[in-house]
Design a protein around this ligand. Sequence first.
Ligand SMILES: *Cc1c(COP(=O)(O)O)cnc(C)c1O
Length: 504
Amino acid sequence: METTTVSSPRVSPIHMDAETFRRLGHRLVDDLARHMSEIADGRVTPGESPSTVRAALGTDSALPEDGTDADALLARTTRVLFEHSLFNAHPRFLGYITSPPAPIGVLSDLLASTVNANVGAWALSPAATEIEGQAVRWIGELLGMPPTSGGLMVSGGNMANFAAFLAARAAGAPWNVREDGVGRQHGTLRVYASSETHTWLQKAADMSGLGSAAVRWIPTDDQQRMQVSALVEQLDADRAAGDIAFLVVGTAGTVSTGAVDPLRAIATVCRERGIWFHVDGAYGGFAAATSEADDDLTAIGEADSVAVDPHKWLYAPLEAGCCVVRDPERLRQAFSFHPPYYHFDEAVVNYFDLGPQNSRGFRALKVWMAIQQVGARGYRRMIADDMRIARRLADVVRSEPAFELLTSNLSIVTFRYVPPELRHRTREKPVERYLNALNQALLDASQKQGAVFVSNAVVRGMYLLRACVVNFHTSMADVEMIPALLAPLARELDVRMRAAAEGV
Ligand SMILES: *Cc1c(COP(=O)(O)O)cnc(C)c1O
């Protein structure tokens, strides 16, 4: 057995003296600053194969028995990460909904991990718990929720939606569902959401024991918005069958096309029937703060709970999600395992009582700092600018004869390449199939090339390119050049693929 001398002060292998920490830290910050200023000049992603990335990182090597020098390790790791990563801080990264990090958030993460507060219990994190409380209240205010609402920070939109789902389940089941579970002898619990809802809902239904078949998928209209008449019909039919509706989910900005459900009408249906109304605003929720917000976005203020993602439109570095609940006691009733008489101090929040996590990191700091640096006014402006830039992209695409614009909502634009001579034949089955294959190939080729990064959507069976502007680095010029960046690739692919396509 290995023995070590535990001297005083103790020197352990993981120790770093203050002078070394300062030197390595300064060099790292210099490297980060240079990297940030040079991102726009390079490619969005090197587009390498998994084996290339593994070889560069040495991720196939064995567990190191002996340690190594921190100085060289940090320098090498910084370099390989810069060489082999995808950068969502590139001005032409418009894929998925993954935003660039706010620099204040990067610095705040360093500060937060140095304090290393455990924000599970107030006693372990007095300052951090108070900061989280204020960050959540500010987020609620941006969303138009009442000042008495509250909630907690979680890792992202999925977790924020899960927390709200479980709060709704505990509140809506006519029996003690937390103790007795969801055995069918009690009745069938049902949740309602549009067919465009993000896949968190299947996971929530599965993990909560309801099963994904408990979800009633409500059809959407031609703009991918929930059909409220179909919701009402389904609720009536299920009530007649003795099922228990405990939750209706509306989405403020679907992942695919940015559609906002008719939230005002859904809120009314829920209020009339006493059903919990949850809004998945992971992407679009913060658009409610802008002056352009329409009546459906401002209806978020009527929700019983809202899930938002500060790591999207508030530009917090990953990870930061937030669940805001109109009556925050509902979270305690869904997650706490204290008996009701065990109220040791009513004046403080112990976050382990309000969510599934026990030990919790200080992810609120980066959000709280950015909100102060930017102000509500600054966020309103940045979000409105992203939407304006997206509308510009839609205009540019519309004016290009070889591109077809399909949708434009919030800051998401979907479009596809259609060779001009096929434009009038898009309803023919073989042409439809060909266009899907062509646009899929275009997406792959453009992502590999790395000049612009968009992702995809499928709308009414059409494979589309999808650009999402949640990026404070993106300018009008960046989106104006997109058709010109994609068209040569598309033409080249079209020549090669059309020769082999049948019936086109
Ligand atoms: C991003 C997103 C999610 C998932 O959020 P994560 O932060 O990725 O967990 C859920 N719903 C919508 C509408 C989203 O845009």
